[in-house]
Design a protein around this ligand. Structure first.
Ligand code: RNT
Ligand code: ZN
Length: 425
């Protein structure tokens, strides 16, 4: 239905290449550069953050997947099958981001404080075959030990101990993943701990959390294989008044612990607040940064990422700071109301389109205008550049990487839905 003609794609690209060259941008070089950027695709979009521990699915933790579109992946094999499909529609080599609840334990219940790399061997073997990396996350939600709403910040030492052990196990697993795949595995700690209503004591829980994190993060691992990150949040469902791991808390934590990097989730701030202006501040102190690229809509922080002003502003910041080598770009959204593979591919292609768009910006001309004090030119050029023939370069990039051009990938989704997803009842 949406077939593109190779020659037309090439002709449009040749014309675009000349336009960009007039502004001093080499489109061939940019297409080489973007190949080095690896996006981390979150496995949890494929099954509504359910995981394989029980049939109960996502519970608690202040996050929620809504919708019941048919075809949800129910086990590791189905989730990898769906990821294979998604990855085949996205240009470039990327990474896949796992949560601890995606352990495969052969039907035996294994406590989260007892997980090992063994339980992830299917994932590692699969990633190795595809030549992609893995990232990891301890899972501090959907579990009886998280029912009080507190995990690492719990005043109950038994609960806390359980989750500290989980954190330690996950770092070991992540370090092994990094070693086995010979590429850094980012292990991101996010906990839901917080309170629906106004707490009597905010401070004690933060002190407890700091100590618990120190314990989880004590063991030393090779930084070539493991990168530790912590993710803040402003509020969640049921934690509207107080989140222990707030932005300020983790900013302080990563600045006092040089081994740990910060994760900024685009949906975890005030609805009017954007993360792009935070990037260069953090990069002034930390060598690396992790992003959860997401799209907040009112109180939800997890809508499918789009090629919109917010995503573009993030990628422009990274480009203008020359920091694609320092920022880990992961995705974080979950939409169960549409085809889940469509959600993955839309969000990942949107992130990549935004990166390509930013990389194609004639930034040197903006800097020149700024440095010479001609701020009128800076503003005018920024606006003119919006009309550059970006889509012709994107289409060519997809074509060169043997993935569908334009909307042609939707035909493949339809086919997959008819042949694979429709059998999952
Ligand atoms: C929740 C955080 C966190 C989760 C995933 C599933 O608000 O954004 O990153 O979305 O760990
Ligand atoms: Zn997140």
């Amino acid at each position: 239905m949406f077939v593109f003609n190779r020659d037309k794609v090439n002709k449009a690209y040749d014309a675009a290449k000349e336009v960009y060259a007039q502004y001093g941008v080499d489109t061939e070089k940019v297409m080489e550069e973007i190949k080095k950027v690896r996006i981390s695709l979150h496995c949890w979009q494929g099954d509504d953050v359910a995981g394989f521990e029980s049939s109960a699915g996502l519970s608690g933790g202040g996050i929620m997947a809504t919708g019941n579109y048919p075809g949800r992946a129910r086990n590791g094999a189905e989730l990898r099958q769906d990821l294979n499909k998604a990855l085949s529609l996205i240009p470039g080599k990327h990474k896949v981001n796992l949560h601890a609840i995606y352990a495969e334990t052969d039907g035996k219940p294994v406590g989260r404080d007892a997980l090992t790399i063994e339980h992830f061997q299917n994932w590692v073997a699969w990633a190795g075959e595809k030549g992609i990396g893995l990232d990891f996350n301890p899972t501090y939600f959907s579990h009886p030990q998280a029912d009080t709403g507190y995990t690492l910040a719990s005043p109950d030492s038994g609960i806390r101990k359980y989750w500290i052990e989980h954190g330690k196990r996950c770092r070991e697993i992540a370090a092994k993943m990094g070693e086995q795949l010979n590429t850094p595995c980012v292990n991101n700690i996010w906990i839901p701990d917080g309170s629906k209503d106004i707490p009597a004591d905010r401070h004690t829980k933060r002190r407890i959390l700091k100590e618990a994190l120190d314990e989880v993060l004590t063991a030393e691992f090779n930084p070539e294989y493991l990168v530790d990150a912590v993710e803040s949040k402003l509020f969640g469902i049921g934690s509207e008044s107080y989140v222990v791991g707030s932005h300020e808390f983790y900013m302080g934590y990563v600045f006092s612990n040089p081994k740990v990097i910060l994760c900024l989730d685009a949906g975890h701030f005030h609805p009017m607040e954007n993360i792009y202006d935070k990037i260069s501040s953090i990069l002034s102190y930390k060598e690396q940064l992790l992003l959860h690229v997401s799209r907040g809509v009112r109180w939800d922080s997890d809508h499918v990422v789009l090629f919109n002003d917010d995503t573009l502003a993030i990628m422009h910041e990274i480009k203008r700071s020359n920091a694609f080598g320092r920022v880990h770009i992961a995705l974080d959204f979950f939409d169960a109301s549409i085809n889940r593979i469509t959600a993955w591919v839309t969000g990942t292609r949107a992130a990549l389109k935004s990166i390509l768009y930013a990389m194609l910006e004639p930034t040197h001309l903006l800097a020149e205008a700024e440095n010479s004090g001609n701020l009128g030119n800076r503003l005018a050029l920024m606006d003119e550049f919006k009309g550059l023939p970006f889509a012709a370069v994107w289409n060519r990039y997809c074509q060169e990487n043997n993935v569908p051009v334009g909307a042609a990938w939707l035909d493949e989704i339809k086919n997959y839905e008819n042949t694979v997803l429709s059998d999952r009842k």
